[in-house]
Design a protein around this ligand. Structure first.
Ligand SMILES: Cc1ncc(COP(=O)(O)O)c(C=O)c1O
Length: 364
């Protein structure tokens, strides 16, 4: 652990958010998206805590294998599918569900011999233009998949929203319409909704929903706070005050001497920096919570430390806890002040930061 810098992962909050998702989509199966080490929260710990999920979605084959090796017997969907024959064989061996988003994957299926059939989710490009087969190609590709005899039938159908975080945009409805038109006559189960789709577009819920960020207590909507949807933060990132220094007007702080004290002030150095995952681009004024008071970051964030103006913190002392985001300080606020999104901050917590898991009842 570096200088008391840690993330506390509140598994009770995780389960609370999961229950909210399940209640909001009562007729859908719930696939918890736990890619990228469960958005930085620890894939195995999160999977164990969400043992009532109907399935898990990950981005990479090795994440899926880790889950299987740890004993998970649930549906595990790999969102990028397989990229070559070796990977395809692993999908079959580990009984993993694959997203098929491109024709080359169909060719791999056709060419591969001696595997037991796998479950596939045909992903349709409805406007994201990232992964997915074109709506016009769906029937032709579906026919090839059926003929390949390497797929458990019926194949499932999915798409992904590009603008569901914006409730005022009509793009999501257009994506839903295109999806519905293209899958007419295809029998398999459907999945469209990420967190924003689940909460904001009920009609998109279908057989499976795929929430990610909302499980971790991040708001899926850019114009709403997580608490507006009763979501609780799961990750609290904190460190300690490791130095206190009185400055006079005109003295500078940090690399590049970019911040100049406008008047006499008390500066606290916090023992966390971008080497721990705090964003280097956090601008002066980004809030940090110390003893219940929000104080501003001043100067540039360093690798191992950062500086805040604590002139308003009466009685502050060395060792006091500084919450960087989480309980009491919404991650969205820090993300906005750092020109990024909560997802990136959560995923960016580095190896050297100790993760402490807390369930209901066991204190920090
Ligand atoms: C295909 C797919 N489905 C679902 C999700 C979950 O999205 P969110 O975290 O916004 O709920 C993601 C995340 O990027 C994704 O790529």
């Amino acid at each position: 652990m570096s200088l008391g810098t840690s993330v506390v992962i509140d598994l009770a909050a995780l389960r609370h958010n999961f229950i909210l998702a399940a209640r909001a989509a009562p007729n859908s199966k719930l696939m918890a998206v736990i890619k990228a080490n469960a958005y930085g929260h620890g894939i195995l710990e999160v999977a164990a805590a969400l043992d009532t999920a109907d399935g898990f979605a990950v981005a990479r084959l090795d994440e899926a294998i880790r889950l299987r090796d740890a004993g998970s017997d649930k549906t595990i969907l790999v969102l990028t599918g397989f990229n070559d024959e070796r990977e395809l064989r692993e999908f079959s061996y580990y009984d993993l569900d694959a997203v098929v988003h491109s024709e080359y994957q169909v060719e791999l299926l056709e060419a591969c011999t001696g595997i037991s059939p796998i479950s596939v989710w045909l992903k349709i490009n409805t406007g994201m233009n990232r992964l997915g087969i074109e709506a016009a190609d769906l029937s032709r590709i579906a026919d090839r998949i059926q003929l390949s005899a390497k797929v458990r039938l019926p194949y499932k159908l999915m798409t992904h929203f590009s603008c569901a975080d914006d409730m005022a945009s009509d793009v999501t409805q257009q994506q839903i319409n295109l999806f519905d038109e293209s899958v007419a006559g295809h029998a398999g189960e459907q999945s469209l909704a990420n967190s924003a789709g689940l909460l904001g577009w009920q009609y998109a819920q279908r057989h499976w929903v795929r929430p990610g960020i909302m499980l971790y207590g991040g708001s899926p909507f850019y114009a709403r706070k997580a608490s507006d949807d009763q979501l609780k933060p799961v990750m609290t990132f904190s460190s300690r005050v490791i130095s206190l220094r009185q400055l006079t007007k005109g003295q500078c702080v940090g690399y590049g001497a970019s911040w100049v004290a406008p008047s006499a002030c008390l500066i606290a150095t916090i023992g966390a920096g971008y080497g721990d995952g705090y964003p280097r681009h956090a601008k002066t004024g980004t809030p940090v919570l110390i003893n219940g008071v929000q104080v501003p970051v001043v100067g540039r964030v360093s690798m191992d430390s950062m500086t805040v103006d604590v002139s308003q913190c009466v009685g502050i002392k060395l060792g006091d806890k500084a919450v960087l985001w989480g309980e009491g300080l919404p991650i969205e606020q820090v993300a906005a002040d750092s020109s990024t999104i909560s997802y990136e901050l959560m995923c960016g917590i580095t190896e050297r930061v100790k993760r402490i898991y807390r369930s209901a009842g066991n204190g920090e």
